[in-house]
Design a protein around this ligand. Structure first.
Ligand code: ADP
Ligand code: MG
Length: 536
């Protein structure tokens, strides 16, 4: 990364989208050289100039290859490969060196965050290429006395709640708990962490996570652009020495696709939407405040110590290391090229400008396994003593000590388990997963179904709605579940009405009815024309 420990900041501008094209939008961005981004105010023509580590022109100067890859036709265009070489390679090198790395994407919805982080189809983004390369290098570097372990987890923060994306078990009511480890910082308790043996497995996991994300979006009447997604890779390199003893280098890589940074407009925000908007803004506003506080405190140059408000949101707790601690960090600011998005784009450029002054303090995570185990054992003895002695007398304190003890024990067990054991445990959990998928495919061949489009291209083709014989209502979830149409037990409807929930700007509470007579043809009627419908 070559720049000490400052956050490395890259800006990337995407092509016009269809909407911008039909509205004949004007281009307001220019990137005269590798570092500079210039934005022009469409009203006054006034220009503002920013410099970053990289300014990536992905607006034009490319053509689509047969396999779908966007390939440069002039040198100005930055393709996925170029972005990986500049940013992803550094992430990999740091992971091998035992540093924690973080990469996060900031920008308004539709600006190209997911395109850079995950990518679409053959235009693979940083996450899949980093994973692919990591396993390639592991194969190359395999030695007798070395053991490599890779774990992945994937989570989503939505309305300040953390949801595990690698499990289908429904999340606890308030979401997973975020706790603070005295040495390692904030972490998510009970988050699924899956050992993986190769790139294919990671790919399957990403797919699974994306699918679970859709389910969440469907149930919560939300669109994915309002959630933050964090994909985490843990990479351990264990080397055993002759005559016993082992040491371990550990790197945690956090890849973060942030929720859209656009301000919620006053129109169309009501009820839950409004609450959701405020809470998500809370997370993003806090991120803004944290970045500003870090920026100011670094400008003050060792002057007065400013309090950094990490604790004010779940997102900033989990990004604490990435922003001000032990991590090498990269930020990609994704922007639209169009005049209609001028205000949002300018605000993204300003945000990125503040971020580049921030310094983190990455250290190599290396320990002697034996020593770490011994230290944990000693600490546990101390904790047990404290618990027996009654702590400071308060229940809270005892509870805290117990928790710490339990965590240490878990950590020790994990350390003592062999890689083979971990892989075997994981495999035993997933018998049946494959058959579920096959069952779904078979059902799709026999039954009428809808296959989704989504405003987020990553979620397109992921949800399947089956249409049984009879009537199926389509509309917004909460309203369909109104007592007018369904009988309730608790808050679950007990009647057998079929319904498909869809969210989106122009979806009505009761939108349409699908009538499937004999599995040969499905008729679609506007809901308003079928007033006799659903009487139980
Ligand atoms: P976000 O995640 O910020 O909401 P997406 O990554 O989904 O935005 O991008 C929105 C659309 O723009 C997608 O259809 C994507 O393919 C396209 N797009 C984004 N960045 C680029 C790029 N650099 N080159 C080509 N297409 C892009
Ligand atoms: Mg996205």
């Amino acid at each position: 990364m070559g720049k000490g420990d400052s956050i490395l900041v890259a800006v990337r501008v995407r092509p016009f989208n269809d909407r911008e094209k039909t509205r004949n939008c004007k281009l307001v961005i220019e990137m005269p050289d590798e570092g500079t981004t210039v934005i022009r105010d469409p009203k006054t023509n006034e220009e503002k100039r920013f410099t970053y580590d990289h300014s990536y022109w992905s607006h034009d100067g490319f053509s689509e290859k047969k396999n779908g890859y966007f390939e440069p036709t002039d040198a100005h265009y930055a393709d996925q490969k170029r972005v990986f070489e500049d940013l992803g390679r550094g992430v990999l090198a740091n992971a091998w060196a035992g540093y924690n790395c973080s990469l996060f994407a900031y920008g308004q919805t539709g600006s190209g965050k997911s395109y850079s982080i995950v990518g679409f189809k053959n235009n693979k983004g940083i996450v899949p290429i980093v994973c692919e390369e990591l396993f390639k290098q592991i194969t190359e570097k395999k030695k007798k006395n070395m053991q490599f372990e890779v774990f992945v987890s994937m989570m989503e923060i939505y309305c300040e709640k953390v949801r595990d994306l690698l499990t289908t078990t429904p999340p606890p009511k308030g979401g997973l708990k975020v706790r603070e480890h005295p040495k390692n910082g904030f972490y998510v308790e009970n988050l699924t962490t899956v050992p993986v043996n190769g790139f294919k497995e990671i790919e399957t996991k990403i797919e699974e996570g994306t699918k679970n994300r859709t389910i969440a979006a469907t149930q919560m009447n939300a669109t994915s652009s309002r959630a933050h997604t964090i994909f985490k890779i843990t990479f351990n390199q264990k080397s055993s020495k002759q005559g016993g003893g082992a040491s371990m280098k550990k790197s945690e890589i956090n890849l973060v696709d942030l929720a859209g940074s656009e301000r919620q407009s006053a129109a169309g925000t009501e009820g839950d939407r409004l609450k959701e908007g405020i809470v998500i803004n809370q997370s993003l506003t806090t991120l803004g405040r944290v970045i500003k506080a870090l920026h100011d405190s670094q400008k003050a140059n060792g002057g007065k110590k400013t309090q950094i408000p990490y604790r004010d949101s779940v997102l900033t707790c989990l990004l604490k290391n990435a922003l001000g601690g032990n991590s090498k960090t990269i930020m990609i600011a994704a922007i639209s090229p169009a005049d209609i998005n001028y205000e949002e784009t300018l605000s993204t450029l300003r945000f990125a400008d503040r971020a580049k002054s921030i310094k983190t303090n990455a250290v190599v995570n290396e320990n002697q396994t034996e020593r770490a185990l011994r230290e944990l054992r000693e600490e546990n003895l101390r904790l047990q003593g404290q618990i027996q002695g009654g702590g400071d007398g308060s229940n809270e304190e005892i509870e805290k000590l117990r928790q710490q003890l339990a965590e240490n024990q878990k950590e020790m067990e994990e350390m003592e388990k062999s890689w083979q054991q971990k892989i075997a445990e994981e495999a035993s959990k997933h018998i049946g997963g494959a058959s579920e998928k096959a069952e779904m495919e078979a059902k799709k061949k026999k039954m009428c179904h809808l296959w989704n489009l989504n405003e987020d291209p990553a979620l397109t083709n992921v949800i399947v709605h089956f249409i049984p014989i009879g009537d199926t209502v389509v509309g917004k979830w909460l309203e369909i579940y109104s007592p007018k149409y369904f009988h309730f037990k608790g808050n679950k409807p007990t009647s057998s009405g079929n319904f498909i929930q869809m969210s989106g700007l122009s979806i009505l509470p009761q939108h349409a009815v699908l009538k499937n007579g004999n599995n040969n043809a499905v008729h679609l009627h506007p809901y308003s024309e079928v007033s006799f419908f659903l009487i139980f």
